[in-house]
Design a protein around this ligand. Structure first.
Ligand code: 5GP
Ligand code: ZN
Length: 140
């Protein structure tokens, strides 16, 4: 079966190899991953992308996403081995971003909002990397 994958970063027809979920045209973060929607990138990898949040909630607020479309972290886990590898990579990139932003020592938070009660507003899985100020717990 031919995959609807264009290759490269055009975004048209790109799909997740594990789930065969085709890039969702109306998905904001698929648009950013494809380069169709501008974002301030801080790390640009083969399978992942990190860019600054448009509405930062801390001096450092970066989002780390897979280039392939998974609606949330639950879908990524449900994708099996491929998803787990990608989850590892998202965390590794989050850590690298924190180090590059100079907040490794002061501390930072990595958050995957998942579902309505967590306040997930963009249904393309993403890790928030937040730091540069003291943060309270529990979160609001
Ligand atoms: P969520 O609420 O789903 O956990 O996080 C989505 C995040 O995406 C929010 O922090 C929001 O500020 C950010 N966001 C929404 N639209 C855009 C955009 O067009 N560009 C960027 N860089 N971030 C966005
Ligand atoms: Zn998407």
């Amino acid at each position: 079966m031919a995959r609807a994958r264009a290759g490269g970063r055009s975004g048209i027809g790109r799909c997740c190899p594990a789930t065969m979920i085709v890039c969702v045209p109306q998905c904001l973060f698929c648009g950013i991953a494809a380069g169709d929607i501008p974002a301030t990138k801080v790390a640009d990898g083969e399978r992942t992308l990190a860019f600054r949040d448009i509405s930062p909630q801390a001096p450092v607020h970066v989002l780390v996403i897979p280039r392939d479309h998974y609606p949330n972290v639950a879908a990524l886990v449900a994708a099996g081995d491929a998803g787990k590898g990608l989850l590892d990579e998202l965390i590794a990139v989050a850590h690298k971003v924190a180090a590059a932003e100079g907040i490794e020592g002061s501390g930072y938070r990595v958050v995957f909002n998942t579902g309505p009660n967590a306040g997930q507003s963009v249904e393309h899985v993403h890790a928030h990397v937040l730091g540069g100020r003291p943060m309270t717990w529990p979160p609001g």
